[in-house]
Design a protein around this ligand. Structure first.
Ligand code: ZN
Length: 505
């Protein structure tokens, strides 16, 4: 078994040699070749001089939508639009004359717009053109009239939310699975270049089939470990195949690739999102009356409990999307009633009384710190009076909850340094931190972005990242912006380089 010797790596305050073999960290010591003699190293051990660069546990992104991330990297970006007309004008300015194929743009945030999105606005700016705009939070689709016609949908305002929106996204892809697979693998390369060693993919698709196909396509598979999640409509098929979370995906002969792609969690939805005003909350949304004044309950509690019980009993991990405080309480109730545990995805509002229940039930809070910064103004408006318990990372950690970090890419950048910086300092601009009582200490945030690992230890998986200097030094000198700009020199998954800059050894 060949090995890899990382010479003179900085681990905390010390500079040591680190030996990797068989996918694990097998030794950490001063001057290993002298201590063991070169004969004591596994045959064919490669040596890389680290020159005092810092070695950290590999970073993880616990919540991504990789297919949409891959597509969004190529889509017209309307994030900057402050009104429907501006969004339409941005699309019109970015496209040529040639009408025809369905055009997809991304990133609009209408929570602070004073006028509603409407098909008529797109029709006026892009006459005759089938256009779909995907909202930044991935919970709204805004279609032009020709797009509605193309998709066989009723010709109305063209604004679809929740399940209907996600069905439109799934049908709006313009490229073959083959091309898309190539793009997704490129997106894993980009993630590895930011130090990511593992992701949980929660895309709306037949992800198990898609990831088995992608793992066969490239020797060694994707550049990150992937836990391929699946939605409720695939549950019976997964159960019939006898698959459990953590199992390798069937049909991947290459052992390196097979180790990387595994069955992930069942993804369930309790509610919608803040940006779409469908997060399910105790307080009504200001100015909203009627049955959706408190948001949208996508899965009723009894159905949720039944699904959790059935999937949990078959060894499947459970990832429950809950954003509003009422939805978070329902998700916790569901885990308690079904006598199983899992993760709550987002947990953007948590009532103080519910905080200790995470630790009591062993439920993990899977959170995306960048959302707190992107949505602070929307939250101040639509969750007015309830922002004291919004994005409450500090309170969750203080209550003993296990917190893990992610991006929800493409909703936020697929970049754990951005997630860590956002958790540490809750502001993206010159304003002070938003509810600084809920920020995390750097060491806590880094551990939450590293699957709980705080140091490189013998016996750990050789999933590692190399950066020029300790993150604490960067934060002390350059603040959160410096952390965000962290240069990643190298990334290893099971002791194999998935990213390696020229400056490294
Ligand atoms: Zn998501």
């Amino acid at each position: 078994m060949s090995g890899l010797l990382l010479r003179h790596a900085r681990l905390g305050a010390a500079v040591r040699d680190v030996l990797l073999a068989g996918g694990r960290v097998v030794a950490v010591a001063d001057d290993l070749p002298t201590a063991r003699g070169l004969d004591g190293l596994p045959g064919g051990t490669a040596v890389v001089e680290m020159d005092g660069a810092t070695l950290l546990p590999g970073l993880r992104d616990e919540h991504v939508h990789l297919q949409q991330e891959a597509e969004n990297r190529r889509r017209i970006d309307v994030t900057a639009a402050r009104s429907p007309a501006e969004a339409a004008a941005l699309v019109a300015a970015a496209v040529g004359e040639d009408a025809g194929d369905l055009l997809v743009a991304r990133g609009f945030r209408d929570a602070l717009w004073t006028e509603p999105a409407d098909a008529a606005v797109l029709d006026a700016a892009l006459p005759g053109r089938p256009v779909v705009l995907v909202s930044a939070d991935l919970h709204t689709a805004w279609c032009s009239t020709p797009a509605l016609r193309r998709l066989g949908l009723p010709e109305d305002s063209g604004v679809l939310r929740e399940q209907e929106a996600m069905a439109v996204y799934a049908r709006a892809g313009q490229v073959s699975a083959d091309v898309l697979d190539g793009w997704v693998l490129e997106a894993t390369d980009a993630a590895a270049a930011r130090g990511v060693t593992a992701v949980v993919d929660l895309e709306y698709d037949d992800l198990l089939g898609a990831w088995a196909r992608r793992a066969r396509r490239r020797e060694g598979g994707p550049a990150v470990r992937v836990r391929a999640g699946f939605w409720e409509d695939h549950l019976e098929r997964v159960l019939a195949a006898g698959l459990r979370s953590g199992d390798p995906l069937p049909g991947v002969p290459d052992p390196v690739a097979a180790d990387r792609v595994r069955v992930g969690p069942l993804k369930l939805f309790v509610d919608g999102s803040l940006g779409t005003r469908t997060a399910y909350c105790h307080r009504p949304y200001p100015g909203v009356a009627g049955p959706e004044a408190h948001g949208v309950l996508r899965t009723p509690p009894d159905r949720l409990e039944e699904l959790l019980r059935r999937a949990g009993a078959h060894g499947l991990d459970l990832a429950v999307h809950a954003i509003g405080d009422r939805a978070t309480a329902i998700a916790l109730d569901g885990f308690a009633a079904a006598a199983c545990t899992g993760r709550i995805e987002h947990a953007q509002q948590v009532c103080p009384a519910d905080l200790p229940r995470f630790a009591e039930l062993g439920v993990v809070a899977s959170v995306q710190p960048r959302h707190a910064l992107d949505d602070r103004d929307a939250a101040d408006r639509h969750w007015s009076g309830a922002t004291g318990h919004a994005f409450p990372y500090g309170a969750l950690v203080a209550a003993g909850a296990e917190v893990v970090l992610g991006s929800d890419a493409p909703v936020a950048p697929l970049d754990p340094w951005d997630a860590v910086a956002s958790a540490v300092h809750r502001s993206l601009d010159e304003r002070g931190a938003w509810h600084p009582e809920h920020s995390l200490e750097l060491a806590v945030a880094l551990a939450a972005a590293s699957g709980g690992r705080r140091a490189v230890r013998v016996g750990d998986a050789a999933d590692l990242v190399v950066v020029p200097e300790p993150p604490a030094d960067v934060l002390a000198r350059d603040g959160a912006a410096g952390l965000r700009a962290t240069q990643v020199l190298g990334t290893l998954v099971a002791g194999r380089w998935t990213h390696r800059s020229a400056s490294l050894g």
